[in-house]
Write a protein that binds this ligand. Sequence first.
Ligand code: CA
Length: 240
Amino acid sequence: MTSKKTPMAQTRILVVEDEDAIRDMITFAFNNTGFMLLEAATVEEAKALMQESIPSLILLDWMLPGQSGISFIHWLKKKKEYLDIPIIMLTAKAEEENRVLGLETGADDYVTKPFSPLELIARIKSVLRRGPIADPKGQISVGPLCLDIYSHSASIHGEPLTLTRNTYDLLHFFMTHPNRTYNREQLINFVWGLTAYIDERTVDVQVRRLRDELKPYQQHHLIKTIRGVGYQFSSEDFDV
Ligand code: CA
């Protein structure tokens, strides 16, 4: 045991997997990584654990007793506080179709069982690198932008931004999923959920409002239009 504090010391990973052997293997893989493992054998157990603390990432088995992995993803993506938690699916080799469906539903990556501890850790680190996650105070910072996920507010260079709930949700999604292009349909699904009354033109309106808010600070170019595809938020092009 080392007492040295690493940046990963707070990283909690929730594994939802009914096979003890796989959970044991993940426990072993996490030795000396600084990841803290939260274990659930069912979706119900996972939901109970998530009420105590929001994990930084979820490792999710597909075939679970009771509620399936995919229905859990659907549930997570409808919850504002959970929708940006990265998900890595644990799939069996024969489940190719499920894997595609999982990625379309919002999983970030998958590993095929049996996987090696090194491969699993590498995938986790890669997915965690893709976007910032909230610190224990609920703040997410990208360049001069800062979000407070508890108060649903945002600021730039310490100045508060005036955002509607929909625009805040969009900025939250962009900041936690930078440098990737999303089409309008994906943004509707991932940001507001399928049940929200938001169509593709409304997405454009929300993007325009967000750019208008960032414009006085010369940061509106961070939300890029990817012609013929959709939108992308850049975490690298900040003007300072
Ligand atoms: Ca299983």
